[in-house]
Design a binder for this molecule. Structure first.
Ligand code: HAM
Length: 426
């Protein structure tokens, strides 16, 4: 019996490779990104939407593209206890479109959904690349106007600005419409086939299935060959090129800086027309902090009778956190209540409870030497301290100390309440 329970002791004291805990200081940065994105989502009238983390595998493997790395190499897929193939979501877009179709929301188009949460991709972990990571994500579903493409690009730009992140480049491309892409892909196959033996093994596999994916290769020889490849702009229909021009013009009018990059194809196959990425050189090899694009054909792949013109974007929270790491941490200001001895503990809890009901952030510091307690409180962001000793209890008073300026005063409960409510604006 004893041996059995000893065998059950958990051996692993580290998280799974590529998956990270988010301890408090890191979580401040995490929350800062989520708060900024939520604020911008409200500004653009997005509604919040959450989908399950686990979906049937077909939601992703039929939609993201069989030649995409995400589907080929990175999905966390397994068979559940009922024999169903399921996948931990590697991205949010396909799950949201699944939900729009399965919830019958198609009657209410256009829709604007904001989401955030964890995603899973089994890639080689490195700085800025994790197997569990998080995104903030925006989808505009059922709207074909070029102006929403501008809106999508601007949303990411607004978040980056709101977080005071500098040196971000916005790269944009148009992948044209489905018809022009078919002709373009044929030209690309003809071009790359001439160099087939020089291509990387991955790109050889992509060549006949989806040659545009070769533009995404990190292999140096592939990159040189890609730079000499025919450009998609030569194959745009009139409609596709005028749409792209209008988008660029409107971005100019809004003073959103961008660069057109005709080799930008993005890592997922559902995109058409506008594709864009936000990139930086400040976090090592992983340059993309976010990206998105139009995915008019995704709904049809998922069973809709017709296309649903849609566009969206996602920003990688961890990559943005790397850019925020030198910024000051989240506001943790609070009132600390310090019972001087054990006799004041109950009274301190009662007061804390009353003040918390008024939305005042309170923490109790009740154990240890007073000096050490104050040090600990300051390190946790405590800016006001209320001391409660025997005398204070008898006189129904508190000693309030501003821990930043060192000022102190004796206050009645009502005056304490008044002062603290002013300080914490509640
Ligand atoms: P994505 O480009 O695959 O797009 O991912 C968006 C962002 O998520 C990336 O730019 C990056 O910042 C972050 N990211 C991706 N993989 C990892 C990883 N392994 N570790 C850390 N961060 C990562 C999408 O997911 C699309 N669903 C975006 C979209 C929304 N398109 C239309 N609507």
């Amino acid at each position: 019996m004893k041996l059995n329970s000893m065998n059950k002791i958990i051996k692993h004291t580290q998280p799974i490779r590529g998956m990270k805990d988010i301890p408090p200081l890191q979580y401040d940065l995490f929350q800062r990104v989520v708060d900024s994105a939520s604020k911008i989502a409200r500004r653009y009238c997005f509604e919040n939407f959450a989908t399950p983390i686990l979906e049937y595998s077909s939601v992703f493997d039929r939609t993201l593209g069989e030649t995409s790395d995400v589907v080929n190499k990175e999905m966390y897929s397994f068979v559940d206890r009922s024999g169903q193939g399921v996948t931990l979501r590697p991205e949010l877009t396909a799950g949201i479109m699944r939900a729009v179709l399965s919830e019958g929301l198609i009657q209410n188009l256009p829709l604007k959904f904001f989401s955030y949460g964890p995603l899973f991709r089994y890639d080689r972990p490195q700085a800025g690349r994790q197997r569990q990571f998080h995104q903030v994500n925006f989808e505009i579903i059922g709207e074909e106007s070029y102006s929403v493409d501008v809106e999508a690009i601007k949303i990411g730009y607004d978040i980056v600005k709101d977080l005071a992140i500098s040196d971000i480049t916005i790269e944009i491309n148009s992948l044209g419409c489905a018809d022009s892409r078919v002709i373009y892909q044929q030209k690309l196959v003809e071009y790359f086939a001439r160099y087939e033996s020089e291509l990387s093994e991955d790109s050889k596999l992509r060549l006949y299935k989806n040659p545009m994916r070769i533009f995404d290769s990190k292999d140096d020889r592939d990159k040189i060959l890609a730079s000499g490849a025919p450009r998609i702009s030569a194959f745009y229909t009139k409609l596709a090129s005028s749409r792209f021009e209008k988008i660029l013009l409107m971005l100019n009018e809004l003073s959103v800086p961008y660069q057109v990059n005709e080799l930008l194809v993005r890592g997922l196959d559902y995109y058409c027309h506008t594709a864009f990425e936000y990139s930086t050189n400040a976090i090592g090899a992983q340059t993309a902090i976010g990206g998105g694009g139009r995915y008019d054909g995704l709904a049809r792949i998922m069973g809709s009778k017709s296309d649903i013109p849609s566009i969206g974007l996602a920003l990688g929270i961890e990559r943005i956190m790397l850019l925020l790491k030198d910024q000051e941490s989240y506001n943790k200001a609070h009132l600390g209540i310090f019972p001087i001895s054990e006799l004041e503990i109950n009274a301190s809890y009662l007061i804390a409870s009353k003040l918390r009901d008024l939305d005042i952030p309170i923490n109790l510091y009740e154990k240890g030497k007073l000096g050490k307690r104050i040090e600990r409180a300051i390190s946790k962001g405590c800016n006001y301290a209320a001391f409660l000793g025997e005398n204070e209890l008898i006189r129904n008073e508190f000693k309030l100390k501003n821990l930043i300026t060192g000022e102190e005063c004796m206050l009645s409960y009502d005056d304490l309440l008044k002062t603290i409510r002013e300080q914490f604006a509640c």
